[in-house]
Design a protein around this ligand. Structure first.
Ligand code: 2RA
Length: 345
């Protein structure tokens, strides 16, 4: 007699991954409702050997739903998230709509699950609740940085990201493949999604650039890190800077992370801490120059971390450099959201 689950945005890349992860993890749902826009309503989907008809998203879609997994863009979350909560659902929202709302927990289960400890399905007073899934680049970065933060307290973090096409949706992934073929065939590349050539190229993340010169993706990393670490360590002061780049890779992000600590932390101790951390795999073989790559982590649950080394620009073991890769659709979105849902059971 598990929970009834709704998947909002089921036909998108993350929506489809929700179904894969629910199945892979034998999530104990009692029943499942697949919801999408009018355009996709009526589609037949097979999930765990059962046929489902995709239903058009409406307010009454949430009647009787215990957990609603949302990944249909910020406007749909803004419109239907509160409606689902009103009708008694616990919403796990993958959009950025509510991430910075002080009333809404922003959760990476391995990092700050205590932030959502007050929300449970069993014995609920019938009221719903909203929980926000962090941005993919934040999740992937903090999966590696947090175990070290716990040990030596990060005072400053500088991140450079190398973000996959999947972060811009299935159409961007398709365009990358199409452009690559076109370029190899000597044809003019079709540039509809990013208005510039993506294949054999890279460029500053497509998010809007703000008055401070940072783009929205970079500010998500800055603000979400502070909120997530503040919820676990009441530490609002960590200094964060980020540069987010879009690179021609299909579905896994890579990130270079520089950490400055309050207390000394040797690279050997750091490696040991990371080797013992849940959801992480250390790939750090200097002799054979083998370190994390997007292809190694694609469609996998674990985030890979390597290039663990003392930051030689810092004195007294107060700095470390890392290189991290994680699947943007899985741990960067769908898996993290369903791990949140598992905490509700
Ligand atoms: C990106 N983080 O990769 C965004 C998607 N949520 O573009």
């Amino acid at each position: 007699d598990g929970p009834s689950v709704a998947v909002v945005g089921v036909t998108g890349a993350v929506g489809q991954e929700f179904l894969s992860v629910l199945s892979d993890r034998d999530f104990p749902y009692r029943n499942i409702r697949l919801l999408a826009s009018r355009r996709s309503a009526g589609k037949q989907l097979t999930f765990e050997d059962r046929k489902y008809t995709v239903e058009e998203l409406r307010p009454e879609s949430f009647d009787g739903i215990d957990i609603a997994l949302f990944s249909a863009g910020g406007s749909i979350s803004k419109e239907f998230g509160p409606v689902a909560v009103e009708r008694g659902s616990i919403v796990v929202d993958n959009s950025s709509a509510f991430r910075m709302d002080p009333e809404v927990p922003l959760v990476i289960p391995e990092v700050n699950s205590e932030a959502m400890a007050h929300i449970k399905i069993k014995g609920r007073s019938g009221k719903g609740a909203l929980i926000a899934n962090p941005n993919c680049s934040t999740i992937i970065c903090l999966m590696a940085a947090t175990p070290l933060h716990r040990h030596a307290k990060v005072v400053r973090m500088v991140v450079s990201t190398y973000q996959a096409a999947s972060g811009a949706g299935a159409a961007a992934m398709e365009e990358l493949v199409q452009q690559t073929r076109e370029v190899l065939d000597g044809k003019e590349p079709t540039c509809k999604i990013f208005k510039q050539q993506y294949a054999f190229n890279l460029f500053s993340h497509n998010a809007a650039v703000l008055s401070n010169g940072y783009n929205e993706e970079e500010m998500k990393l800055v603000k979400e890190t502070r909120k997530i670490w503040a919820s676990a360590w009441n530490d609002k002061n960590v200094k964060v800077s980020a540069t987010c780049i879009r690179v021609p890779v299909m579905r896994a992000h890579a990130e270079s992370v520089n950490l400055q600590f309050e207390k000394p932390l040797s690279e050997d101790t750091a490696r040991r801490i990371l080797e013992g951390a849940t959801g992480l795999v250390v790939v750090d073989d200097r002799d054979s120059n083998r370190f994390p790559t997007p292809l190694d982590v694609s469609s996998k649950d674990d985030v890979a971390v390597g290039r663990i080394r003392q930051d030689l620009s810092q004195d007294g073991n107060l700095g470390l450099d890392l290189f991290v890769c994680g699947d943007q659709i899985r741990k960067g979105a769908a898996l993290n959201a369903i791990q949140i849902a598992e905490k509700l059971l």
